[in-house]
Design a protein around this ligand. Structure first.
Ligand code: MOS
Length: 753
């Protein structure tokens, strides 16, 4: 281990040098060889297959299910309906905290959205269960569904997102707009979108008395465990959840979904292990989505191009029976300075599954509208969009008045623009063509995402043989948590990565917090860091208090842990190995726990966000209107980067979501049936390799001493926030056509020859 140079290069790293290294994924070989076992790969002995039957209407009730026909089919063992569904200890419609979502668990015959579960067929084979479900031939009493943003009366919710105020105001926006030298007033629409992780929601459930063992993907093992415990009236310790790998989540696996609970109920009903896996089309309803929005942006500026007013009003939809409200306007609190800012939300309840957190909920929807509007404001002021943003980005958070804990946005703008070649951009649209005659446009957007941190716990151990163990129930959903967190673990214990066993992904381990809000590395990482520090403190006490140790007399703070040894901070010739310390003390190991939680003092003093700037190039066929994103450069400042290789992948992934938001994703609702017409991966467009442009993510060094001791912000979601707007603005620059309804389509770009 090159402990000298690397450790010295990063003096602020307390223990070691794994943090900051661009390691490849520790689970990479397992994944590419098929060795990584996902939930649905499990086949316990005697397992039966369950297939969910889902409603084909969006509103009404089920009047008949041909259970007899289904049960008569060879191989079918049982059909679970509201008539025989095992009892639950808690009403699935109860909601006692904002992280609890109402579930459809066959509690009655009511249908409140399309694809709602209405029965589960359990059979010896998947084929028999599938056929059994088809034989149910449900009949309905259907009522006409309420669909879309204008379906009915709207209301102002008590809160949006998780507990954010729905309405916020600074200064007098109307007065400022009335006197503004330049004004824009534009309305943008974003569609319903679905998470579409590659791995569908799946569960293998095994009951043993009142103990429950399950394999299912989860972004929050502790929340899932608690929810199941409440529903079944058993203690959380009786529930063992394994979720070592998720095939993506994007927010849809943050809260355990109804279909996953149905798998547990089915296993209870038949008294055997049961597997239930959603089909792709069944994921368009009971497992969450991103709600559509209509957002009106009014922006005022003075004759120098300085913002004087931002008014951001977002209308969105939610289900008829639960509360999740996409906080789309909130992004306008934090990004641009203006003496007057107002943000507000209204909601229409429609016959849909409940919306859910999805890939930067609020920030993604809000920022494509805000960044488009800022672009339009720059245009109204006759200014270059970068110059306009440089003039108007906020130095302190406008609404709260708090300084940012750190903000390297200026460098993101500068380095991203330089890399992209922005200075060669003509101000007017429709000025550039490539050699094939395609219109070329360049656009940009500002990226921002809050730096969240939640509560978590970890346990760390140093053993007599000099090895280490770190345990926390973290979530490896493809983002690389299993690698980045192990790097923090190794540094926390002052050991080589190979010397540390990192146990994760199961519910019996300490709670690593939710893998959501781009917070997982900070949250679980700080718990791991603190657990490691606690173990080192114990080792240090053993050594410094023992006159036989070369470290005798050094204070705890006078000791540095590195390479499996403790060193005297002022005299590195005095050191002792962990093994020697434990051996002399007659111990086989020392263990300690560490916790993480946001620091309330820092939270009340500073606004904490990651930032970035994204520059995009598109090419548009002037005859056909076909749009291609060809080049996207993003520069992001997100605090300390634990693993630059993995962080880069996260940022690139987010930028691809941005392209996807601007140009591809759109769940098309049938207004008559309330069903999604394109509930499949052929017609719900997500970018495939051919749609993904040349991508570059620059990581701007940022030291943030306030977010947490490791200086970690998040990289999971920020990539979508600047990119979607950048692509949209590039389409305007290519064509001169401002499209305000997303995704932008060929027919939006019909141009005069
Ligand atoms: Mo993410 S939408 O916070 O899983």
């Amino acid at each position: 281990m090159p402990e000298s140079t690397l450790a010295q290069a990063a003096l602020h790293v307390r223990h070691g040098s794994n943090i900051g290294q661009p390691l490849t994924r520790r689970d990479g070989v397992l994944k590419v060889t098929g060795g990584a076992r996902y939930a649905a790969d499990h086949h316990p002995a005697g397992m039966l297959h369950a297939v969910m039957a889902a409603s084909s209407i969006a509103r009404g009730r089920v009047t008949f299910l041909d259970v007899t026909a289904a049960k008569a089919h060879p191989g079918v063992v049982e059909v679970m309906t509201p008539a025989n569904r095992p009892p639950l200890a808690e009403d699935p419609d109860a909601k006692t905290n904002p992280f609890m979502f109402r579930l459809d668990l066959l509690q009655n015959d009511q249908v409140r959205y399309a694809n709602q579960p209405i029965a589960v067929v359990i059979a010896e084979t998947l084929e028999a269960a599938t056929e059994g479900a088809a034989l149910l031939s449900p009949q309905y009493e259907a009522r006409s569904p309420r669909v879309g943003l204008d379906a009915g009366e709207s209301f102002v919710p008590a809160a949006v997102g998780v507990g954010n105020p729905a309405t916020v105001q600074l200064g007098d926006v109307e007065a400022a707009l009335a006197t503004a030298a330049r004004r824009i007033d534009a309305t943008y629409e974003t569609p319903a979108q679905y998470h579409n992780p590659m791995e569908p929601h799946a569960i293998v459930a095994v009951w043993d008395g009142d103990g429950l063992s399950i394999d299912t993907p989860s972004q929050s093992l502790a929340l899932a465990q608690g929810r199941i415990a409440g529903l079944f009236g058993i203690s959380p310790e009786k529930i063992h959840i394994r979720s070592p790998f998720l095939g993506g989540g994007f927010g849809s696996k943050g809260m355990i979904s109804g279909p996953q609970i149905l798998g547990i109920l089915a296993a209870r009903l038949v008294g055997k292990p049961v597997k239930l896996v959603l089909r792709r089309e069944q994921m368009y309803g009971p497992v969450g989505h991103r709600a559509p929005t209509r957002q009106r942006l009014r922006i005022g500026a003075d004759s120098d191009g300085k913002l004087t007013a931002i008014d951001h009003h977002a209308k969105t939809t939610s289900s008829t029976f639960d509360d999740f409200f996409e906080p789309a306007a909130d992004v306008s609190h934090t990004l641009y300075a203006s003496p007057a800012i107002a943000t507000s939300h209204e909601v229409v309840r429609i016959d849909t599954g409940t919306p859910m957190f999805m890939r930067a909920p609020g920030e993604a929807t809000g920022s494509i509208a805000l960044e488009s509007a800022i672009d339009e404001a720059a245009q109204a002021c006759g200014m270059d969009p970068l110059a306009f943003r440089l003039k108007n980005y906020a130095e302190v958070e406008p609404i709260s008045g708090k300084p940012f804990s750190s903000k390297a946005l200026r460098y993101c703008y500068a380095q991203g623009a330089e890399r992209f070649g922005w200075s060669r951009r003509p101000l007017a649209p429709r000025q550039m063509r490539d050699e094939a005659g395609f219109l070329v446009g360049w656009g940009m957007g500002t990226a921002t995402f809050p730096a969240y941190m939640f509560q978590a716990e970890a346990r760390a151990v140093v053993r007599r043989d000099g090895s280490g163990l770190v345990e926390t129930g973290a979530h490896e959903m493809g983002q690389g948590a299993g690698t980045a967190l192990a790097q923090i673990a190794a540094d926390g214990l002052g050991l080589e990565l190979e010397q540390v066993e990192f146990r994760t992904g199961t519910s019996d381990l300490p709670d690593a917090g939710i893998a959501g809000g781009s917070s997982h590395t900070a949250t679980a990482g700080m718990a791991i860091h603190n657990a490691g520090a606690a173990v080192i403190a114990k080792l240090s006490d053993l050594a410094t208090g023992d006159e036989r140790s070369p470290l005798f007399g050094a204070s705890n703070a006078g000791v540095v842990a590195r390479g499996g040894r403790l060193f005297h901070r002022d005299d590195e010739s005095r050191s002792e190995s962990y093994a020697a310390i434990l051996g002399r003390a007659g111990l086989t190991e020392v263990a300690a726990r560490g916790q993480s939680a946001a620091d309330p003092a820092a939270q009340s003093t500073y606004a904490m966000h990651a930032h970035g700037a994204v520059f995009a190039e598109v090419k548009v066929d002037p005859d056909l209107g076909q749009i291609r994103a060809t080049r996207v450069v993003g520069a992001f400042a997100a605090g300390r980067v634990i693993n630059p290789r993995l962080a880069r992948s996260q940022l690139l992934g987010g930028m691809i979501w941005g392209v996807s938001f601007a140009l591809h994703e759109h769940a098309v609702m049938d207004r008559r049936s309330g069903r999604t017409l394109n509930a499949n991966l052929a017609e719900y467009h997500v970018p495939v390799n051919a749609d993904v442009p040349s991508l570059e993510a620059l990581m701007i060094d940022e030291h943030d001493p306030h977010v947490n001791a490791l200086g970690i912000k998040g990289v999971g979601e920020i990539g979508i926030t600047g990119s979607a707007g950048a692509v949209a603005n590039a389409v305007w620059h290519a064509t001169g056509i401002r499209v305000r309804r997303f995704p932008i389509r060929i027919d939006d770009l019909l141009m005069p020859a």
